[in-house]
Design a protein around this ligand. Structure first.
Ligand SMILES: NC(=O)c1ccc[n+]([C@@H]2O[C@H](COP(=O)([O-])OP(=O)(O)OC[C@H]3O[C@@H](n4cnc5c(N)ncnc54)[C@H](OP(=O)(O)O)[C@@H]3O)[C@@H](O)[C@H]2O)c1
Length: 289
């Protein structure tokens, strides 16, 4: 007689981290149930994955997806209001949660600025603990893939990145490494109570990151320094103002201090991808149409 292994429910399964978690769990033979909230997003998931729909803003919509799961990978990208009801539901159906949070407890100026997302992450962690769930908290710093969102259009257009705080240092972590740590903690015993601050392996100024992308592309990419006010004007109408202010506060506060770097990714996975490696693997996104 074969016993059916209960699946892991992956939320944010079509997102930057969750999508890779799905693939890595499938590769290790863990049954995956992937949650999507837009039905058209399901088409991007592998055929051998069970897809369920559910919306974090409608807690009861999660019940079918949660039924019989072994663990949940929780990515919260919704407003905070429904978090208590959702965590209560998680606790009804499962005993183990791996939560994608942020390093809001890390005593480094970059992570200690006013940040509504950090407040939300801290609240969810408290809810998870109060519900008696076994948890692993994953705290990535800056995702390397932010470089795509921030700089790819300018690099493709005229090769001039107009940006503030060129000297501000961060340690971009490859999203694939974040996903690999999540998949490892979901599929391997021994990570209950784990709390991992994940960064890339080196501290690099934003101007250095842009220059590495240029090196990898084999072309000159210039960094043109903007004042914070110029950046606010340039992003007016296209970026939410609270996000712009949050980033400006964090970059401004970290000026003159190297980024916080941990060895957690290589401790858990054996190695950590560099920003240069990330850029090389995504070069086409900076040159394509
Ligand atoms: N960017 C950074 O540098 C950074 C650093 C540290 C932590 N983080 C955290 O990482 C998380 C984001 O992860 P990500 O970048 O992998 O996500 P992402 O690429 O932005 O993808 C968002 C995911 O959330 C799903 N989603 C959106 N609204 C939903 C809803 N109402 N109900 C259910 N699912 C919903 C989307 O599903 P559909 O496709 O079905 O809509 C999608 O899978 C955030 O919590 C962020 O604070 C980010």
């Amino acid at each position: 007689m074969t016993t059916r292994v209960p699946p892991v429910l992956v939320t944010g399964a079509t997102g930057r981290v969750g999508r890779v978690v799905v693939d890595l769990l499938v590769d290790t033979g863990v049954p995956v149930r992937a949650l999507t909230h837009r039905s058209e997003a399901a088409a991007t998931l592998p055929a051998n994955v069970e897809v369920v729909t559910g919306d974090l803003t409608v807690p009861e919509s999660l019940d079918a997806g949660l039924h019989g799961v072994d663990a949940v990978f929780l990515v919260w990208t919704a407003p905070p209001t429904t978090a208590p009801a959702v965590v209560e539901r998680l606790a009804t159906h499962t005993r183990r949660v791996v939560f994608l949070s942020s390093p809001h407890q890390t005593p480094h100026p970059f992570f200690q600025q006013p940040n509504p997302m950090a407040v939300l992450h801290a609240d969810i962690e408290r809810l998870v603990a109060a519900a008696g769930l076994e948890s692993t908290i994953i705290r990535p710093g800056m995702f390397a893939s932010n470089a795509l969102l921030w700089w790819a259009t300018a690099i493709r257009a005229d090769g001039v990145v107009r940006w503030p705080y060129g000297a501000a240092e961060t340690a971009p972590v490859d999203d694939r490494d974040v996903a690999a740590v999540a998949a490892r903690t979901l599929s391997e015993a021994g990570h209950a109570g784990g709390d991992y601050v994940l960064t890339g392996p080196e501290s690099l100024s934003q101007a250095e990151q842009v220059s590495i992308i240029g090196d990898v592309l084999g072309r000159r990419v210039e960094f043109e320094e903007l004042s914070p006010d110029e950046f606010r004007s340039e992003t007016e109408g296209s970026w939410p103002r609270p996000v712009v202010d949050m980033l400006l506060d964090a970059w401004g506060a970290t000026m003159g201090t190297p980024a916080y770097v941990t060895s957690a990714v290589s401790d858990i996975l054996g190695s950590a991808r560099s920003f240069r490696q990330w850029a090389a693997d995504h070069a086409r996104a900076f040159t394509g149409p």
